[in-house]
Design a binder for this molecule. Sequence first.
Ligand SMILES: C[S@@+](CC[C@H](N)C(=O)[O-])C[C@H]1O[C@@H](n2cnc3c(N)ncnc32)[C@H](O)[C@@H]1O
Length: 280
Amino acid sequence: MKKNIRFYTQKNREAWNEVMPRHQKAVKQKLDQSFSVPGYTCINDQNFLQVLEKINLKGKKIVHLCCNNGTELMSLKNMGAGHCLGIDICDAAITEARERAEKTGIDCEFIRTDVYDIPQEFNESFDIALITAGGIGWLPDINLFFKKVSNLLQNSGIVLLHEIHPFSEMLPFDDNNCENKLQIIEPYFRDEPIEENSSLDYLGGTDYIAKTQYWHVHTISEIIMALINNSLLIKHFSEHPQDCSAVHKKQEDLKAGIPLSYLLIGKKTVYPNAEKTNDI
Ligand SMILES: C[S@@+](CC[C@H](N)C(=O)[O-])C[C@H]1O[C@@H](n2cnc3c(N)ncnc32)[C@H](O)[C@@H]1O
């Protein structure tokens, strides 16, 4: 039976706090060095870069939801973005992000909060709300999430998703023993979240029995409907055979024409006096 939203998000918070020291052991020193170089950016995915170029970041106010240690947001700041706010539920990730921002002088603000509890004072403050690789799968209620996102945006602001394609969630992860990486081993439609204790150390590759975490696979139609239901008019949608998650690289290498990631843009479009109705 499904539990309430906070049950899942708090469990996931504990699991993320547990893994962060492992991530830091694997990559923190290198990140510190990289970001000490003025103008450094860690964003190298060509599909993502093309979309970023189209939307023109210059001076734009950006909120990055589920930003982890803030490296993507700090990269966008280095690429010319305006005010940047990063939000994440993980204490250790936000501490790292704040420390690096302070050390490097890259002017980004970070707050630790569950996306479902973002204070109202941030409403209607942003031009762009960003969600990237491996963000929305941690979120139990996708419709409520996009309601919060829509609240954060000014009218005509956009939400930009660069995410793991839910089709790829049917296939084995790179570290799964299954030899045929193209075999469908999971359903596309799921009523319950996936409860796991598997290692979250996709950066250091260490194995440990992790605190219980909950992963929610949202289908493409659920995501699109959540945008539609929250005044986010779809302006761009593209699917790509490139992995953005670091856990489906083997399928990418097979070049089997499988959708592994997607980019989606919704523009906040509120019509004055529009009736609140779900009629088509
Ligand atoms: C895979 S990481 C995102 C990585 C990010 N795309 C990057 O490359 O840095 C997922 C992040 O979502 C955060 N997260 C999970 N549930 C959350 C929630 N309810 N509210 C805010 N952040 C959450 C986790 O703490 C974690 O840092």
